[in-house]
Design a protein around this ligand. Structure first.
Ligand code: BGC
Length: 767
């Protein structure tokens, strides 16, 4: 494990460990929602690395590879592709390439991620055998203000006169590590490389996404700009701008490099090229510093709406900012074709695609920290893919407009291909329904629900109406052959979470339609006609919801995760040997399936979503029982348990789980940070603070809080966007304070007590 220094706004790493480069590449990743990259070195590196630079929404349909083909498998897995890389600067000193894997002695390496300003900085000093000492400092950011632009300021200093060859380049010979058939996904169409214009035009095979990767570079000696320093060159992998320079002892040679991608959804080369020309023109009048200033300003706006301050616990402070920072680097909310990939731009695993993580975790984060249009874009993303969800269900034999949203998708088509997940982890449909409910409850805006949401809900309900079976033995509707959120069980019957969330979803749809019928008969008629909906369908949905099988172990007072759970040897997680963890890296799959160990919140995910439906006794017994068997080997798990623990007044257990959620990557709990960060679960850390320790809920159009801080925390402060207003909440041991950005006659509730804001927009109460 790397030890990052604890700092409220920075991630700082000191020391050189060539075997841990990939971990650091993930942690120090940067992005701006439109593109992003791992923190690869600019100069050459022959050690273990994962070169990764990604363009949002650009994917390759990689032909499915499975051992045994199952009917219904999608033909391809859409993969976010590793794009041509614009960050490279190859450096030779006295003809010897700099390669940290080969230099004689690395004396110092420091990486700093400044989260306040969105800047990644790296400093190194190393010695060669003949006592040449080289110092490098590089700063890098990807502009939040200008979607296509990233910038690097790369400085080299030596302790004697040297001849340096410094060549900024674009590497277009790129492949994905996770390519199924070792294919290259890109086709290079054209390379242009002159002193002032260096670009590579590439198209993604099959999907024809067109992308221009560009760069522009300048060279400075002790801050004096050198005139025409470069000769444009190219080889079969790179275009480069080569400069040979005699650098005096103690002088600093600085390469300022701008680069990035221009792409267009409409795939029109002329348009993309014109846009690239505009970007290059703009860069003639901008410096690293001026771009950085406006970038910093954008970050200050984000923090102004979403910062969380924790007094008394810098480790948690650092962690929550890291989580908020990475979420904002991944998704900006201005494009309904984009979404949160579980690994964002920090790795290839999970294909960069959309999962139920968005609706279950990221939607509430966006609701609380962004204008409501951002969440609307996420909802529209699914609405726009409804036809494909209907096609997806059709392929599996469903009819009459039944919709099954994909487990993993880039464009609405399913691209996951493990039968137990693709065909069976169907609870994802209900998270999409829940997000529609959540948005409506949070914003008070029912336009989406009535115009588009209901269409989605009807598709989902039609799916359930066909997916359930009636058990004559149980006299109940059952759902057979599913995988619940806990992926350490496959192909089970009556997963409680799936059954319960289906019951809820059917009821929610029928209730919404009944309200529409009463309040807005015209829209009701229109909807019925458009969807060819029948009253008898609604009756059937209600019948299912009232008679769905929900198994309970009455002796223990717990819901049964799935049929047969209690046949297992119920040995608790506590008894597991540390060397067995994580189980998925150490145990055979069948052993995992037979074990009682739960990968992630399952019954408790349901209790979390629908807590109002359960009494506190039942919440307590379910939490106490299931926490004992949960290994939290999905990043999505500890945050949910933490929120439920807070609800039960188990604040210190909640705190332990919160740390695990929020520092999952920084402390590499699941031993996989080298593959990339867990972006979507970072939203869960935020939820653990806001819904957990502050106990925030939306009830009857108002904000409610039941605060309880961990012992270590002296004070918690955060901002919440609620119905267009920004609430600043401050909680310390004895006092709850809230201030509002406008003077309005609003109320909030703290521990069920109604609080009115005073004339200055402030409200407070002892707690
Ligand atoms: C989890 C899923 C999740 C996926 C992507 C898996 O490990 O079990 O629930 O959707 O990761 O984050």
């Amino acid at each position: 494990m790397h030890n990052y220094k604890i700092h409220p706004w920075k991630i700082i790493q000191n020391g050189w460990d060539p075997d841990k480069v990939m971990e650091s590449e993930s942690i120090f990743s940067i992005g701006n929602g439109s593109m992003g990259q791992r923190a690869n070195f600019e100069e050459d590196f022959s050690g273990k690395t994962h070169q990764g630079s990604y363009v949002a929404g650009v994917y390759y349909p990689d032909k499915t590879k499975v051992g045994w083909w199952k009917n219904g498998y999608p033909k391809y897995f859409a993969k976010v592709i590793n794009a041509p890389s614009w960050i490279g600067i190859s450096v030779l000193i006295d003809e010897i390439p700099i390669d940290l894997n080969k230099v004689y002695k690395v004396e110092m390496l420091e990486r700093i991620l400044d989260m306040k300003n969105g800047l990644y900085e790296r400093s190194i000093s190393f010695k060669t055998k003949d006592n040449l000492k080289v110092e490098i400092n590089s700063k890098r950011f990807i502009s939040l203000k200008r979607k296509s632009i990233g910038a690097i300021s790369y400085n080299i200093k030596c302790n004697r006169d040297v001849n340096i060859t410094a060549s900024p380049y674009i590497d277009y010979d790129i492949s994905n590590e996770d390519s199924n058939w070792d294919e290259k996904f890109w086709e290079t169409k054209e390379k242009i490389n002159t002193q002032n214009r260096s670009l590579v035009k590439s198209s993604v095979k099959k999907t024809d996404f067109n992308v221009i990767t560009f760069m522009k570079a300048d060279l400075y000696d002790n801050n004096v700009k050198l005139e025409n320093p470069f000769i444009a060159k190219s080889n079969s992998k790179k275009i480069l701008l080569e400069s040979k320079y005699s650098l005096k002892k103690g002088h600093t040679l600085k390469v300022v490099k701008f680069g990035g991608y221009v792409n267009s959804i409409c795939n029109d080369w002329n348009k993309i090229e014109n846009k690239t020309n505009e970007v290059l023109k703009l860069l003639e009048n901008m410096s690293f510093e001026s771009l950085y200033l406006e970038h910093k300003h954008e970050w200050s706006k984000i923090w102004g709406k979403s910062d969380v301050k924790i007094k008394g616990d810098i480790k948690s402070q650092q962690a929550i900012r890291f989580n908020i920072f990475q979420l904002n680097q991944t998704y900006r909310g201005d494009n309904p074709n984009l979404n949160f990939g579980p690994k964002g731009f920090t790795g290839e695993k999970y294909g960069g695609s959309t999962y139920w993580d968005t609706e279950a975790y990221c939607v509430p984060f966006c609701l609380g920290t962004k204008p409501q249009e951002v969440t609307l874009n996420l909802l529209n993303y699914r609405y726009n893919q409804l036809d494909k969800a209907i096609d997806n269900a059709k392929i599996l034999g469903f009819k009459n407009g039944a919709a099954l949203f994909p487990m993993v998708t880039m464009n609405g088509e399913e691209c996951h291909n493990e039968w137990e997940i693709t065909f069976e982890e169907i609870h994802r449909n209900n998270a999409i329904a829940y997000a529609i409910f959540n948005y409506t409850r949070y914003t008070g805006d029912s336009k989406y629900l009535n115009n588009k949401g209901l269409e989605v809900l009807v598709g989902i309900c039609r799916f359930w109406a066909q997916r359930v079976s009636y058990s004559n033995k149980k006299k109940k509707y059952v759902i057979l052959g599913v995988t619940g959120p806990n992926e350490y069980e496959n192909n089970v019957n009556n997963n409680w979470y799936t059954n319960y969330s289906t019951k809820w979803c059917l009821e929610f749809a029928v209730d919404t339609i009944s309200i529409m019928k009463k309040d807005n008969p015209e829209s009701f008629e229109k909807l019925f006609k458009k969807l060819n909906l029948k009253e008898s369908e609604l009756d059937y949905w209600l019948k299912i919801s009232k008679n769905i099988y929900l198994n309970e172990n009455k002796d223990l007072g717990v819901f049964v995760q799935q049929d047969g759970f209690f046949d297992k040897e119920l040995s608790e997680v506590e008894k597991l040997d540390y060397s067995d963890r994580p189980l998925n890296q150490n145990w055979s799959w069948d052993r995992i399936l037979r074990s009682p160990y739960i990968k992630q919140a399952d019954v408790l995910q349901g209790i979390y979503f629908f807590e109002d439906k359960f009494d506190i006794k039942s919440i307590r017994s379910n939490y106490e029982f299931y926490e004992k068997f949960t290994v939290h080997e999905s990043s999505l798990s500890p945050c949910i348990h933490s929120i439920v623990a807070c609800k039960l007044g188990k604040t210190e257990s909640a705190y332990y789980l919160f740390k695990r959620a929020s520092r999952l990557d920084l402390d590499d709990y699941n031993k996989e940070v080298n593959e990339g960060l867990h972006i979507t679960s970072m939203a869960g850390s935020w939820l653990a603070i806001v819904e957990g320790f502050a106990g925030m809920r939306i009830k009857n159009n108002s904000l409610h809080f039941t605060p309880s801080l961990p012992k270590k925390w002296e004070e918690l402060m955060f901002k919440i966007t609620f119905r267009q207003n920004i609430y600043t909440i401050k909680i310390n041991k004895g006092l709850f304070q809230c201030s509002l950005n406008i003077n309005k006659n609003f109320y909030i509730y703290v521990n069920s007590k109604k609080l009115k804001f005073d004339r200055n927009g402030k409200a407070s109460v002892s707690i």
